[in-house]
Write a new protein. Structure first.
Length: 447
């Protein structure tokens, strides 16, 4: 049974790599009228990396969900193709070779996590250690000697010749903390206080964790000018709190707190006000030519010009969008693949999230359920925040599209996230030892 499932996974991996290579060839044909000379190198590189990841899963997590790795491979590969396509326009910062190297390091981190973390439940012992580590990682960019401001946000630190975004790793540590904390406190937090209309409000004494998390998220928004991480972390905590307690009142309180805090910050702090003004009045000629809404409007123009089927890979104009290889890679993809391509991409993300939630449902202990649910949520929530930002549904946040955008920090953190889901799915899908012994005995008797 295991061998058949692993064989299907290997076939899906090969199919994903073939799709990526077809897209890579399409870019070359669209730009130069010929297949790129480095196509074989990129294909062998990506295929070799994913084969190594497959072998690690077959050896150390044989019962893991067979769809997660092929789905992530497809998204990561399409990101490499789009970065290569944008690199051909000469836009500074787009470098497909560097991104392939970061992908290789991400697969190494994925493999190391799967091999070292033989039982994910051990993470529950480090609940408060993970919480402390997450807060430290969030604070690092604010420190004078380490932190640096890039493109208006102070979310980076410099170590040697590298720039690292510690907030990407902080989200993993904090989700582990949230899961461990809520498992221990969920009975208390589930208690109802007074009833208002049709909602049972929580007791006032139980609001402390929510208020602390809200305060941290607002501090991230104000001090680091990072709306994305602020919204991501607070949303993850509220979602996991709802999963743990099944209390709708926590969701309503969380929404009111964050919206109220964001509005207040917009009134007090100029950089937050500029971000909201650029969102609400993006069509203003003054804001467009001053550069406040230029990136957003060019991204919308690109998606609009792509239409239903897109201009075709290599036939668009991604150079017109600033940072089209990172913040706005979703818009650049929409121009060349059209609405159909974007819907297909969102379906792939939805499948990844669905497999994560399926793992949460199949898990046998509360900590695993909360952790798998929290990790799946932050992936879905991040995609929503990004797509909502570039389509002007919500203000721009500065987050990047998981597995697609250029950059190393987000890619490494997201590969580690998938490794955690893989490890939990292996534990959830693994039959009891007696069932495995009975199956082996049956196979021996049949021979």
């Amino acid at each position: 049974m295991t061998a058949k499932r692993r064989g299907a996974q290997l076939g899906m991996l090969a199919f994903a790599v073939l799709i990526v290579m077809g897209a890579y060839a399409s870019v070359g044909l669209g730009i130069n009228g010929e297949i790129p000379s480095g196509m074989l190198t990129y294909g062998l590189g990506l295929g070799g990396l994913m084969l190594a990841a497959y072998l690690v899963l077959a050896r150390f997590a044989p019962w893991a969900d067979p769809l997660l790795l092929p789905l992530v491979t497809l998204v990561n590969g399409l990101g490499l193709v789009m970065i290569y396509r944008i690199e051909q326009t000469g836009q500074d910062g787009a470098n497909a070779t560097n991104q392939l190297m970061w992908t290789a390091l991400g697969v190494v981190m994925f493999a190391a996590t799967v091999i070292v973390l033989k039982d994910h439940r051990i993470l529950q012992r480090f609940t408060y250690t993970a919480g402390f580590a997450g807060l430290v990682l969030l604070v690092l960019p604010v420190l004078p000697l380490l932190g640096t401001e890039i493109n208006g946000s102070r979310i980076w630190i410099h170590i040697g010749g590298f720039s690292i975004q510690p907030g990407e790793f902080a989200k993993l540590a904090l989700v582990i903390f949230f899961a461990g904390y809520l498992v221990a406190k969920r009975d208390v937090l589930a208690l109802a206080g007074r009833r208002l209309l049709f909602i049972d409000l929580p007791r006032a004494r139980d609001l402390g964790p929510v208020l602390i998390t809200w305060g941290v998220s607002i501090a991230v928004l104000v001090l680091e000018k990072d709306l994305g991480t602020s919204l991501l972390l607070f949303g993850a905590f509220i979602a996991m709190l709802y999963i743990a307690t099944q209390r709708t009142s926590w969701v309503l309180i969380g929404i009111l707190l964050f919206v109220g805090g964001a509005i207040l910050a917009g009134q007090i702090f100029s950089h937050v006000q500029v971000r909201f003004n650029g969102w609400l009045n993006a069509e203003s000629n003054d804001l467009y030519f001053d550069g406040v809404s230029y990136q957003l409007m060019e991204g919308l123009f690109a998606i609009g010009s792509g239409g239903i089927l897109g201009t075709g890979l290599g036939e668009g104009h991604p150079r017109r969008i600033p940072f089209s290889f990172s913040d706005f890679i979703f818009s650049a993809t929409g121009e060349e693949l059209g609405l159909t391509g974007l819907m297909a991409l969102l379906m792939i993300y939805a499948l990844i999230v669905e497999r994560g939630l399926r793992t949460a449902l199949a898990s046998r202990d509360p900590f695993s359920k909360l952790l798998a649910g929290g990790l799946s949520f932050i992936l879905a929530w991040q995609v929503f925040i990004i797509v909502g930002g570039v389509t002007r549904l919500i203000p721009l946040t500065g987050l990047v599209t998981p597995f697609m955008s250029a950059g190393g920090s987000a890619l490494l953190a997201n590969w580690m996230l998938i490794a955690l889901l893989v490890r939990m799915s292996d534990a959830a899908r693994r039959p009891p030892p007696q069932a495995i012994q009975d199956e082996g005995l049956t196979q021996v008797m049949q021979r």
